[in-house]
Design a protein around this ligand. Structure first.
Ligand code: SF4
Ligand code: ZN
Length: 307
């Protein structure tokens, strides 16, 4: 048995290869919390008087984020936002776990049910040209609904649980498709596009999904282990596999890539074309065309439902 490299008294349970450390449970939790806290402080993600909305899907990453924020900032005004996507079985299970979590942490929960509020579900997009790109349309819908929830609940900051692998997979995808303008969305802190909107932050962008999982398990945090039936079709999952292969022989690969990415972000910002924004004619949200992507997709799915 190897002793924990930090406390040197308990047996280690986890090997953090990229940091060349073997840690016991308690020291791992301290290590995890210290890094998330440092990330929040380094990027000035929120202040102690801000009202912070947290997007909670029911999975391990967002469960870890909400738990961490509640424990580390007990006086912070927190609100949890959950979107029920209407995916049979999966969505009901996720909502149940989110309710359990919010109850346990005593955090106000706001659920947006797509079927009740908009009369559609993510499943309905199977009848549209998006049938092979469900994750792409789901992303557009989720981003907008979260923005709406943030405005409705008057939060200044909207925190999402993008983890290290999420950020790198999106980065790789954008790179392979030459989508330079979309790199900007990966910044750890995104300024609001219009005045009434919230600052968007990613406190877990340096934390790997395995570390988020361990944090949940060690703290007995309720989370859903169910996989969305569309996840395997997602191109981001394929990019994530490439990252795993590259990390196999180089444990610090992902962290190196993230570091370099942050370094070149100011250059990317300069070359990325910033679209002229106007107000969508239907919903008044920022849009680069008369009708925004969200409204176009809602219109499309509603028309497909009538055929
Ligand atoms: Fe939406 Fe795709 Fe995620 Fe499922 S896997 S919740 S469809 S983005
Ligand atoms: Zn619109």
């Amino acid at each position: 048995m190897v002793l924990c490299n930090k406390c040197k008294s308990k047996n280690s349970e986890i090997r953090i290869e990229y940091a060349r450390m073997s840690l016991c449970r308690d020291c791992f939790i301290d290590f995890y919390k210290a890094r998330v806290q440092k990330t929040i402080e380094e990027f000035k993600m929120f202040g102690k008087n801000d009202r912070v909305g947290v997007a909670v899907s029911g999975g391990k990453d967002s469960a870890a984020l909400l738990h961490f924020l509640r424990q580390a900032y007990p006086n912070l005004e927190l609100k949890a936002f959950h979107i029920n996507l209407g995916i049979p079985e999966y969505s009901a299970h996720c909502q149940q776990k989110v309710e359990e979590l919010a109850d346990m942490l005593n955090v106000e929960l706001h659920v947006f049910n797509l079927e009740k509020e908009l009369g559609i579900t993510i499943e309905d997009f199977k009848k549209t040209p998006f049938k092979l790109k469900i994750c792409s349309v789901c992303g557009t819908i989720k981003r907008r609904v979260l923005e709406q929830l943030a405005i409705k609940n008057c939060v200044q900051v909207l925190a999402t649980a993008h983890n290290l692998e999420d950020v790198l997979s999106i980065m790789l995808n954008n790179f392979l498709h030459g989508r330079w303008d979309e790199f900007i969305r990966l910044k750890p802190v995104l300024s609001p596009l219009f005045e009434n909107m919230a600052l968007k932050v990613k406190p877990l962008f340096k934390s790997s999904e395995n570390e988020n999982l361990l944090y949940c398990v060690y703290n007995n945090i309720p989370f859903s282990e169910a996989k969305c039936p569309y996840a395997k079709r997602s191109s981001l999952k394929k990019r994530a596999k490439i990252l795993e292969i590259l990390s196999k022989h180089n444990p610090i690969f992902k962290h190196q890539l993230l570091k370099r990415f942050l370094e070149i972000m100011p250059v990317i910002e300069k070359i990325a074309q910033k679209p002229e924004l106007t107000k969508c004619k239907i919903c008044s949200f920022p849009s680069s065309s008369e009708i925004c992507a969200f409204c176009k997709r809602i219109d499309m799915v509603k028309k497909a439902g009538k055929t």
